[in-house]
Design a protein around this ligand. Structure first.
Ligand SMILES: [Zn+2]
Ligand SMILES: [Zn+2]
Length: 224
């Protein structure tokens, strides 16, 4: 992947680790962590927020409890050893083993999270009905992930197109479109994409390979 400016962006919290400028090396003006989300920030702030959140935060339980563990936490924080997490108020030893494992599965480095944010932005601009990125932004995203084809983004589970309009559609308070993983245990740009909510629910904790085999077996048994 191409180089970025990489200067540290001052942060209010001492727990989040270094946050780095993702603008091009030697740029003019201030350092920015999510320069590729600037246009969405202005036109579609909810989409910008979603890409940011899904890239850098874990999705935990919808509630916060001693059993469920922390609700949402920066993914790279989950790379820290248990004793450092305890200082942040996350007592891994007190969580059920399956909750611990789930949290550790969501861990990802800062660099991986930023690459995921860029990949999701690249994919969002290629959804049917998506706005067009400005020339500079298009160049920035294409230098990371290749030439963009308008309307080409598909749900990574069912392979049907996912319209940009789905971002605005919520069913019973739940977003119609979610960020999915081909392998739910790896958070990196090769492994993420957008999915329909119902496709994400169907896939569950399975990898796509496991999921398709599972479905094929069911369909075969029904056909017998
Ligand atoms: Zn910078
Ligand atoms: Zn789908």
């Amino acid at each position: 992947l191409p180089e970025v400016c990489g200067k540290e962006i001052p942060s209010r919290s001492k727990f989040v680790g270094k946050r780095l400028c993702q603008r091009e090396p030697g740029h003019n003006g201030v350092c920015v962590e999510f320069p590729f989300l600037r246009e969405f920030n202005l036109q579609h702030p909810a989409v910008a927020d979603k890409i940011k959140r899904d890239s850098i935060m874990t999705t935990g339980a919808a509630w916060k409890s001693a059993d469920a563990g922390p609700n949402r936490i920066l993914r790279w924080v989950m790379l820290m050893p248990d004793d450092e997490l305890k200082q942040l108020g996350i007592d891994m030893a007190n969580l059920k083993p399956q909750v611990q494992a789930k949290l550790r599965d969501k861990a990802a480095s800062y660099d991986a999270c930023m690459a995921v944010a860029k990949k999701l932005t690249w994919l969002a601009y290629q959804m049917p009905d998506a706005p067009e990125p400005g020339d500079e932004l298009k160049k920035y995203l294409e230098s990371d992930f290749g030439v963009m084809h308008a309307g080409s983004t598909k749900c990574i589970v069912c392979r049907l197109p996912v319209s940009f309009r789905l971002f605005e559609l919520a069913v019973r308070g739940k977003a119609a479109i979610e960020t999915g993983h081909s392998n739910p245990r790896a958070h990196n740009p090769e492994n993420v994409g957008f999915v329909h909510r119902e496709c994400n629910i169907a896939q569950g904790n399975k990898s796509l390979d496991e999921f398709y085999h599972w479905i094929k077996d069911i369909v075969r048994r029904i056909g017998d």
